[in-house]
Design a protein around this ligand. Structure first.
Ligand code: C2E
Ligand code: CA
Ligand code: CA
Length: 495
């Protein structure tokens, strides 16, 4: 200050001052030197109290770095912290000192949307706060915890390897899955956690974040409520998926995906009244690749829109052939993935049906119950547009999700397909029998028809016939076959 005053005649800065009551406060001060013929005659200081400005700055900083709902660090700040920490470890690693380690957890609540839907957003907020508190009390003190976004959290565990991180993650999974009381309501919450560790899963902050996220998604696919570590095996699978993704893209563009058709038999008449269109992929090097493998890849990597459109196009062309062969009552049931609704405009469905001059009523769209849950309204509107034209909706894999009844109410399907898992043990399991007969009774009341999927034996067929199940699909009659064979089946069965 003195130096500046001597040389420039002025000084400006911030300092802490003490009020007469003893309270220290921040002030901003400007001092000017007053001279008369080069003699200093005075110094004049002008100051003002900047406590409130300081407080606002602090608040803004808090807002910029923290999540207001949970008080945890926000995503932006967290990424900065991880970047800085990894930078430090990498510097140390270059010094030839013993290598440091750290781990990242990515935590995502399973089906969180249900709480918002059932009890409202305020309740959802409270659940998010509860989880934040569980994180605070479970992870060790110098870990960095953040709310990564929506219902996602992330934790940086410093100086601890993957084994330690796995222990903590398992603890979290256990604690969170205990019944949790929120506003006097008992809720059952589960989480999926992905772990990446330095240096095994990556040596940059980007790689660690990406791989923990990938492991978390993997856990979602594996059935949620658990922990998945990004290890070598996962890395191999990841690379394999990327290879398949590229091959699949190629196959779609080259129209190498073909469609087979599985008969659905009317149990009263014994006639084939519908076929389910099922995508088939034969790769020259890999051989036959199951849709159970490539459909999830298509969904994950944004290819499902193109794939769905290709299948739809081929199915309409083939249905046209069937109708021209004289079987004009035959309906095609075509699978439609939840992801297709979000990745693609649905207009092509109407256009394709019109191009082949097919009646809308000859097409049925199969969706799964998770469709109803997936970001709601938009899909329900699209389904309503299908229905308005006369395209029927069928609810696939019924009974496997958490919300089968809700799905019936939201989607109002024309047909319910009881999942194969209930048919497979229907001879021996009283529970399966009960469920199937309940669904058939309920559907009769709701004027919805029922297809039993995966019927393989005469005994299963007999039980289902006794329950007056409307339609039968399964290897008992036929697997999915090429279009020529489908026509032969019609010629034999529907004489
Ligand atoms: P899904 O829709 O539940 O289709 C029925 C699956 O069960 C088919 O397997 C079918 O071959 C098999 N299946 C039918 N009857 C029997 C039986 O009696 N016993 C046994 N063990 N299995 C039977 P696939 O063709 O492997 O398809 C698997 C899944 O892939 C389908 O399940 C469907 O979710 C999906 N998928 C297939 N094609 C398409 C498509 O074009 N688009 C979309 N979005 N998904 C598709
Ligand atoms: Ca299906
Ligand atoms: Ca099914």
């Amino acid at each position: 200050m003195w130096h500046s005053l001597e040389t420039t005649g002025t000084w400006q800065g911030q300092l802490n001052n003490r009020r007469s009551d003893g309270v220290v406060y921040p002030e901003e001060m400007t001092i000017n030197k007053i001279e008369d013929d080069h003699n200093v005659i005075n110094y004049v200081g002008v100051f003002h109290d900047i406590s409130s400005r300081k407080q606002t700055e602090k608040k803004l900083k808090l807002l910029a770095n923290n999540d207001t709902l949970t008080g945890l660090m926000n995503r932006r700040r967290f990424i900065e912290k991880v970047e800085k920490y990894i930078g430090q470890i990498n510097d140390v690693a270059m010094d030839n000192s013993p290598p440091s380690v750290c781990s990242l957890l990515f935590i995502d609540l399973d089906d969180f949307k249900i709480f918002n839907d059932l009890y409202g957003h305020d309740f959802g907020d409270k659940v998010l706060q509860k989880v934040a508190n569980i994180l605070r009390t479970t992870v060790c003190e110098h870990s960095v915890i953040c709310r990564y976004g929506g219902d996602e959290y992330a934790v940086l565990i410093k100086e601890q390897d993957v084994n330690y991180a796995q222990r903590i993650a398992n603890q979290l999974v256990n604690i969170i899955s205990q019944p949790l009381k929120c506003d006097d309501i008992d809720i059952n919450l589960t989480v999926s956690i992905g772990i990446s560790s330095y240096p095994e899963s990556g040596t940059t902050h980007q790689a660690l974040l990406k791989n923990a996220d990938y492991a978390m998604y993997e856990q979602k696919w594996l059935g949620r409520n658990g922990v998945c570590v990004y290890d070598q095996q996962l890395q191999h699978e990841y690379i394999r998926k990327l290879i398949l993704r590229d091959k699949l893209k190629h196959a779609i563009n080259a129209q190498k995906i073909i469609v087979h058709y599985q008969p659905i038999v009317d149990n009263k008449t014994g006639h084939v009244c519908k076929f389910e269109a099922l995508a088939r992929w034969y790769d020259d090097q890999e051989g036959f690749i199951s849709p159970g493998v490539f459909i999830p890849i298509a969904e994950r990597y944004g290819l499902i829109g193109m794939l769905g459109q290709l299948v739809f196009e081929k199915a309409c062309a083939d249905l046209d052939r069937i109708h021209r062969s004289g079987f004009t009552d035959v309906v095609f049931s075509i699978n439609h993935s939840v992801k297709e609704f979000s990745q693609h405009n649905q207009e092509y469905i109407f256009e394709t049906i019109n191009n082949y001059n097919l009646p809308y009523s000859a097409i049925m769209i199969e969706i799964t119950e998770s469709t109803a849950l997936d970001d709601g309204k938009n899909i329900i509107d699209i389904l309503a547009a299908f229905r308005a034209r006369g395209i029927a909706i069928s609810l696939d894999d019924f009974g496997t999700g958490y919300s089968s009844l809700a799905a019936i109410i939201d989607i109002k399907p024309d047909i319910i397909k009881i999942d194969r898992s209930f048919i497979v043990d229907i001879e021996h399991s009283k529970e399966s029998q009960m469920l199937v007969s309940l669904v058939i009774d309920l559907s009769r009341k709701l004027k919805v028809e029922v297809v039993a999927e995966g019927v393989e034996t005469q005994a299963q067929l007999d039980i289902l016939s006794e329950m007056a199940c409307h339609y039968i699909q399964g290897f008992y009659y036929s697997p999915a076959v090429a279009i020529d064979d489908a026509i032969t089946i019609l010629q034999v069965r529907n004489k």
